[in-house]
Design a protein around this ligand. Structure first.
Ligand code: ATP
Length: 437
């Protein structure tokens, strides 16, 4: 099979698994879909939570130097005028003169710049297309009412820098962090959730003294890798790209993109940028450095993460096909702490009330109360139940059988190896806790 076909097939399988098992649906699907938007179902939502909770715990709540913020999505237009987004947050766009389709000029094959990739028609001249979604706030229709859906979460941090300093009096170095939605009217949304028009970001602005920026940059580069590894992203597919001088934003002295080997190519996963004092200067914000006894403008290191790209990289890292048996077995090798469902409880037979009662009252209910993410499945034969749980990445299936009724033990079956062991019902709680950690 050709490489291209293989990668297309892998993405097709992932997209269809995501839909079939309720991870991700196309946005507005019943009305034909809205390009660049996706809705996360029950299981997808759980995985998203686990990604965001792990990030927030590691980078915010477990640290002493970090302050969270949940800023409004709508901001005054002056914010985006000051940062230059209102005038310059644009991608070069070309339109085909024949089929009228539009493309991002910088994503076209460099050898075929003037030819439409869809219909071979002639492409027009590139023009700048601003990617911010404009809207109006309030009942006034004049230009003073213009606002934008934020294209990044970072500015919600900068505009609250002073509030945070006044409220908490942090000493340098310290950081502020935010998780939230961002919106970009991408010209060509594509590659499933990789490039969307509405997506989620997790961003940190870490404020340092200028002299120390290189040290902090290295530190955050390492921290970003450690977190990716911790949640289970396949690090053999992650590559650091030093963004070359001519591609750097005008205010940045150094940017490293973390790229991932997606089936559709090696592309950006997360980014780390040294932004100098650009943002705080832009908003005319200063900081009193008590140590130096002077007013100054801190410099900024920005680790920036896309939640949806984290989801995709994690999903692709976990996706496994075991072809050793008669039928291909598909399973998601999530780390147990990230799996949407930690464990599934089953009575061996659903028409034996004593098994159902035991499984429900003595196993399912207490585990559900303790861990939350516990499923119940009494449908079909046990083999089929295992396959269903494998496909959504559940690490352990617990089965209550006739022996359970006499010896109070259950079968615990492992997702990755398929091996089974007998565990005492009274030990299940600690058994799972131990494995989760
Ligand atoms: P790209 O070059 O892929 O357009 P970018 O360099 O513009 O990305 P940033 O502005 O650095 O991206 O945004 C920070 C992070 O937000 C990215 O590393 C990525 O994880 C995520 N992100 C950016 N744009 C999108 C999008 N359209 N859909 C999903 N995630 C996105």
């Amino acid at each position: 099979m050709s490489k291209e076909k293989e990668t297309n097939e892998l993405m097709e399988k992932v997209v269809s698994l995501c839909k079939r098992r309720g991870f991700i649906f196309q946005g507005s699907e019943i009305y034909g879909g809205l390009a660049g938007t996706f809705d996360y179902g029950d299981l997808g939502g759980e995985l998203l939570h686990n990604i965001k909770n792990s990030w927030w715990k590691r980078f915010v709540s477990a640290r002493r130097d970090m302050y969270g913020i949940r800023a409004a999505i709508l901001m005054r237009q002056e914010v985006w005028q000051a940062t230059g987004h209102a005038d310059h947050f644009a991608d070069p766009m070309v339109e085909c003169e024949k089929c009228k389709r539009r493309f991002r000029a910088d994503q076209l094959d460099p050898n075929l710049q003037e030819i439409c990739p869809e219909c071979n028609g002639k492409l027009g001249e590139p023009r700048q297309f601003n990617m911010m979604f404009q809207t109006k706030v309030g009942a006034n229709e004049d230009s003073s009412a213009i606002s934008y859906l934020r294209p990044e979460t970072a500015q919600g941090i900068f505009v609250n820098f002073k509030n945070t300093v006044d409220a908490y009096h942090p000493k340098l170095p310290f950081g502020m962090a935010q998780i939230g939605k961002a919106f970009r009217n991408e010209i060509t949304p594509r590659d499933f959730i990789f490039r969307q028009r509405e997506f989620e970001q997790m961003e940190i602005e870490y404020f340092v003294r200028e002299a120390d920026w290189e040290k902090h940059f290295e530190y955050w580069k390492e921290q970003m890798s450690m977190w990716m590894e911790d949640i289970g992203i396949d690090m053999s597919k992650v590559h650091e790209l030093e963004v070359a001088g001519e591609d750097l934003a005008h205010y940045s002295k150094r940017t490293v993109d973390f790229e991932f080997d997606y089936p559709f190519g090696r592309k950006e996963l997360f980014g780390l940028a040294y932004r100098g004092s650009f943002d705080l200067n832009t908003h005319k914000i200063e900081y009193v450095d008590e140590e130096a006894g002077e007013k100054m403008t801190p410099h900024v290191i920005e680790p920036s993460f896309g939640v949806d790209r984290a989801f995709l990289a994690l999903f692709l890292s976990a996706y496994t096909e075991d072809t050793s048996g008669e039928e291909t077995r598909v399973f998601l090798k999530f780390k147990p702490k990230m799996a949407p469902i930690i464990s599934c409880v089953s009575p061996l037979l659903k028409n034996k009330p004593e098994l159902v009662e035991y499984a429900n009252v003595k196993v399912f209910a207490p585990l559900k109360e303790e861990f939350g993410r516990i499923a119940w499945d009494d449908n079909g034969n046990i083999g089929k139940r295992y396959r269903r749980q494998d496909e959504i990445g559940t690490p352990w299936c617990i089965v209550v059988d006739f022996d359970t009724l006499t010896d109070d033990t259950v079968t615990v079956r492992d997702r990755d190896t398929g091996t089974q062991e007998r565990v005492k019902v009274s030990d299940l709680n600690s058994y799972i806790k131990e494995k989760l950690n």
